[in-house]
Design a protein around this ligand. Sequence first.
Ligand SMILES: NC(=O)C1=CN([C@@H]2O[C@H](COP(=O)(O)OP(=O)(O)OC[C@H]3O[C@@H](n4cnc5c(N)ncnc54)[C@H](O)[C@@H]3O)[C@@H](O)[C@H]2O)C=CC1
Ligand SMILES: O=C(O)[C@H]1O[C@H](OP(=O)(O)OP(=O)(O)OC[C@H]2O[C@@H](n3ccc(=O)[nH]c3=O)[C@H](O)[C@@H]2O)[C@H](O)[C@@H](O)[C@@H]1O
Length: 460
Amino acid sequence: MRLAVMGAGIVGLTTAAGFAELGHTVDCCDIDTGKVGQLARGLVPYREPDLEALISRHAAAGHLRFSSDPERLAAEAEVIFLAVGTPAGDDGLMRLEPLWAAVDRLGEWMGGRRTIVVKSTVPVGTADRLEARLRARLPERCELFVASVPEFMREGQAVRDFFEPARVVIGSDDAETFAIVERLYGALPAPIVATDRRSAELAKLAANAHLAVKMSFANEMAALAEQTGADYPAIARILGLDPRIGSEYLGAGLGFGGSCLPKDARALVRLADEAGAPQTLVAAAIRANATLPLRMIRKLEAALSWPSRRKVALLGLAFKPGTDDMREAPSVRLAQELLRRHPGISLTAYDPAASQAMKRALPSAVRLYGSAEAALRGADAAILVTEWPEFGRIRAEEFRSWMNRPILLDGRNALDADALNGSGVVCIGVGRLPANSPDLSGAADESGRRAQNEEQGTGA
Ligand SMILES: NC(=O)C1=CN([C@@H]2O[C@H](COP(=O)(O)OP(=O)(O)OC[C@H]3O[C@@H](n4cnc5c(N)ncnc54)[C@H](O)[C@@H]3O)[C@@H](O)[C@H]2O)C=CC1
Ligand SMILES: O=C(O)[C@H]1O[C@H](OP(=O)(O)OP(=O)(O)OC[C@H]2O[C@@H](n3ccc(=O)[nH]c3=O)[C@H](O)[C@@H]2O)[C@H](O)[C@@H](O)[C@@H]1O
């Protein structure tokens, strides 16, 4: 089939390359001419496993083409996927202008039988509005079908999620539209859920909101474990072994970030308020998530007196491992808040996916280094922010020899705290038993004394 995709973000590119792999001819269009130029030269502007190889293979074979002009694809493609961004601000209002702009451009050129598939995450009722808007612009000879097929892929494993989705949701209000879309997605080994467009739209927001609620539950439970002398990792394992609960998204730490979960949760809360069915649980999950960087800072303050005179290393910056995406990354709030509360603190950082974009997202006072060792050298404490596997391979003696004082605040419970604590390193996890988090009063006293001496010019 001749297909087209509007929007060359992670979702658009993966959808385009995925359907090319399934034997279709796909045109991918983006208004960002720089990005289109890069893609035409075989460069994928995302750190996404397997995506570049898939794109180059099909681009070379002529099954996948990139352009910034929707004219040809609107005129030729039978099915057009809309995968433009739908960002939402703090007020939860989703910006649909990119979607309307894409639709309006398409409307100018479409004719014949055309199916529009909305992949972007949108407020409930958007597909209805979109259909009405397009119909008002279309020539009479055009037969239009509109489906809502929300996307559930995760960054860092988008290609795998495309080919092995947990489910495919086809929201359409008539059998013919459903049949057209089912012909495409039926090639994937996944249950297909047929529903109406509004339910498909709400299901997408509900799925992300549910994950947000689960993670905030995990984080609040971890805080309670700390206060009551219980061990959260053990609790998470116990909860996770119950198939009714499931083990995923119970990881406590610095909370959820990224370009979608936070914004979709905010969008759902706004939509629900407007609809008169408030989502108080989701709103509370968002609030709980926002407290986590400060919680971590309090731990640092307990471990280290005089933080304003200290050097603290951040290990990992991206919102999760496997990506260089800094959108709503907890590292940014953490760094901003640390610098605000402790002016004079020296912040160093290392992320295996370091990029210019990463540097731009952080306060300028954060010094980025090219290795964990360089960021940790002379540090009085380190906070593990993103659980890149390489941090788990740093040995206790390396922490001890590189750092001024080997105090590790493990914000993702990714390090082997028991082994490190037995080897002269202080490793404090999230929601861990006090037995696993050694008494810090000595460390705090000692480092406080040293800072005071330094301040008075008497040396350590
Ligand atoms: N990133 C992810 O892992 C997932 C994202 N989603 C949803 O999918 C949608 C797209 O997400 P991303 O790929 O991350 O977005 P993105 O923001 O990274 O990329 C969107 C692309 O659309 C382009 N664009 C904007 N207006 C356009 C127009 N009028 N015509 C053509 N192109 C246009 C932009 O230049 C940009 O390259 C969003 O609604 C998002 O919530 C859903 C599931 C997963
Ligand atoms: O709508 C979207 O864009 C996507 O949003 C998320 O995918 P993604 O943003 O790639 O990120 P996740 O892997 O879900 O992680 C989100 C955040 O939760 C955090 N997290 C994850 C798991 C956990 O146990 N604890 C935890 O704090 C991660 O560190 C990260 O900051 C959803 O998982 C996808 O299904 C959805 O399609």
